[in-house]
Design a protein around this ligand. Structure first.
Ligand code: MD3
Ligand code: FE
Length: 217
């Protein structure tokens, strides 16, 4: 039964959407920490601005990236890796704000990964036209641990493939406040993001920011 409290807040049961084995979409789960997340993003990018990394093959990535936490994901001509130091500043990546940590830990626990404590948060910035081509995430030491992803800003269509690059892909629309936990059998599935359509978000403008919380080491 769906009830409404004195203040009109819907008490509908939260609808978690399983995405096959090991992955679940928690619609709107990040909205409880929305202002803390937006404040965290601005503090992080003030210290470690978004930048376009280069792939080992020399191609500029269309997604702009930065990191927070003890380790950060970087790519350059030498390869992909996690590094405790921001190569642009020579300083450690900015800290992971406690509200972000709490959100990631709570989402992982809700999805069946109690005790997951991330040590890295990769922030991806998409603008209209930006895409992320199909890839696997396999630079983390323990691939048995999940990744928690938080979408902010304008909507995107996430591509969720299989264990082989050529497997068919599911299209999953993700919008402001949605959280996805990817673990278990889903952890090594190919995935990507379709080119973003022009759109506007009240807090972030013509932009989508995805935070992905990982255990790198
Ligand atoms: C699905 N980012 O940074 S969320 C990435 O929306 C990345 O910015 C996407 O893929 C984004 O690597 C998707 C994070 C994510 C991470 C690992 C996954 C999704 C995943 C592993 C398996 C399946
Ligand atoms: Fe990925």
């Amino acid at each position: 039964m769906i009830t409404t409290d004195l203040f009109g807040a819907s008490q509908a049961p939260r609808r978690d959407e399983p995405l096959g084995d090991g992955a679940v979409v928690l619609r709107g789960f990040a909205l409880a920490e929305e202002s803390a997340l937006l404040q965290a993003v601005s503090a992080i990018v003030a210290q470690a601005p978004f930048r376009h990394l280069v792939t080992p093959g020399g191609l500029r990535m269309s997604v702009a990236m930065t990191n927070a936490g003890p380790r950060g994901w970087v790519s350059d001509r030498r390869g992909y890796r996690y590094d405790p130091i921001d190569p642009d500043s020579g300083q450690p990546w900015p800290p992971l704000p406690p509200a972000c940590m709490r959100l990631a830990v709570a989402a992982a626990a809700r999805a069946g990964f109690p005790g997951f404590v991330p040590d890295a948060c990769l922030l991806n910035r998409y603008e209209p036209g930006t895409r992320l081509s199909l890839h696997q995430d396999r630079d983390e030491r323990d691939l048995g641990l999940p990744i928690v992803s938080v979408s902010l800003g304008i909507p995107a269509v996430f591509l969720f493939g299989g264990l082989r690059r050529t497997d068919p892909v599911q299209r999953v629309p993700l919008t402001h406040g949605d959280v996805v936990v990817w673990g278990g059998a889903a952890r090594l599935r190919f995935h990507g993001v379709l080119p973003l359509k022009p759109n506007h978000h009240a807090a972030l403008g013509e932009c989508r920011i995805n935070l992905s919380f990982r255990r790198a080491g």
